[in-house]
Ligand binder design. Sequence first.
Ligand SMILES: *Cc1c(COP(=O)(O)O)cnc(C)c1O
Length: 410
Amino acid sequence: MNTYVTHLESALDGTTFPAGQVYTVHQGRPLWVRYDLPALRRAITPDTFAVRPPTLWRYRELLPLPFDTEPVTLGEGMTPLLPCPRLGQALGLRRLFIKDESQLPTGSFKSRGMTLAVSMAKHLGLRRLAIPTAGNAGGALAAYGARAGMEVFVFMPQDTPIINQIEAHLAGARVFLVNGLITDCGRIVREGTAKLDWFDVSTLKEPYRLEGKKTMGLELAEQTEYRLPDVILYPTGGGTGLIGMWKAFAELRALDWLRSERLPRLISCQSDGCAPIMRAFDKGERFAEMFPDAHTIASGLRVPAAVGDFMMLDAIRASNGCAIAGKEGRILEWVRRGMSLEGISICPETAVCLDCLESLIAAGKVDANEEVVVFNTGAVQKYPEIVALDLPRIDKEKPIDYERLGEPTA
Ligand SMILES: *Cc1c(COP(=O)(O)O)cnc(C)c1O
C-alpha cells in the first residue's frame, strides 16, 4: 500500500472524493483527509513511531504523502514540551507546560502545514503556489517553495511584520503588500488563480496543511505517553491548529491508543481586537460573522473571517472547551512576563493565551491542579516592531556609576 488514505470528505456535508488528486474546497468549505484506521491499527503501534527520527515525518502512516515519495522538508523537529514552574506559580498553576513551536523552521508552527502542503503539491505536479498571509504562513511557504524549486506568490497586508516580508523575499517568493487585511489578500489570490494558474495554499483551502498541523496533537500525545493534558490553550487565527489537533485526538481514539477516557478541553484564545470565534461561541452559533475593524499586534490572530469557523466551533464545543478573548493592551506585558520567567521566546499570539489563562483561573474555569498546555506558536524574534526599546546608554569615556547599574530597570 502506498498510503492509508481512503478518501477525502467535505467537512460541511460529507460528500466524498477519491484520494490522490488536487483538491481545493467543496462549496467554499474545507475537506477532511480520511484514513483506513482499522487497517492502520493492525499494522502499527505507538512504538512504530517512537523509534523513528524525531521529526513530524515519523507519523508517516497518518499522513497523506505516498510512502515512496520524498517529502519537501527542512527537518521539522519534534518541539519540546517544557515544564514552566515559575510562570505556573505566578498564575497559580501546579502543572503548566509550554509546547514550544518557536523552534521550528522559519520560527513558527506554520512549517508543519507547509512541509505537508508543498510535499503534496509537488507530488501532484503543481508548479505555482500563491498565498494570502498574516505573515508567518507566507514566510514558511516561501521557504518550502524554495526547497521544492517551485514558484511562490505571497500577498500580505502592508503592515505585516517586517521580518515576514524579508524572509519571504529572500527565499525568492514574489511578495506583494496590500493596503487591507488578510481577507482582502485572499480575494486577490482567488481572482488571480484563474488567470495565472496559481494553486491557492490559503488556510484550509487545500486539504493538506491541516494534516501537517495535526502532528501537534500526535506529538503532544506521544510526549504525554498517550494521556494528554486536561486543558490546551491555543492562539486562534484561521484555526488549523485547533482543528488539526482535534482530528489527531479523534484518530488516536479510533486507533485505541489513548490511555485516558477524557480528551483535553480546547480553549481558543483570540485578542479582543479580533475575536470572531469568541463572538460566535458566546452566541451559540456554528458559523462566525466577519469581525469589524479587526486590529491586533498579534498578526497571526488578525483573521476577521475563517472558512474553518464551524470546524473550530464544533471541536471547541465537543471538547467542553470555550472560546475567549485576551486583552490586546496586555500583550506586551505578557510577552515579557512569560519570557523573563521561563526564557522561552513567547510570540504575541501566545501572550494572548496567557492573559486568557489568567482570567480562566480567576473565573474558576481552570483549576490549580489541572495539567495545562499552552502552545507557543512562534518566536518573538519575528516581531521586532512590537517593542519600543529605550535602553540605558553607557558612555565609555566617562566614569561608570556601578551602583546604579545594579538597580532594576522598568
Ligand atoms: C498563524 C498563526 C497563528 C494562528 O494559527 P491558526 O492555526 O491559523 O489558528 C497563531 N500564532 C502564530 C504565531 C501564527 O503564525
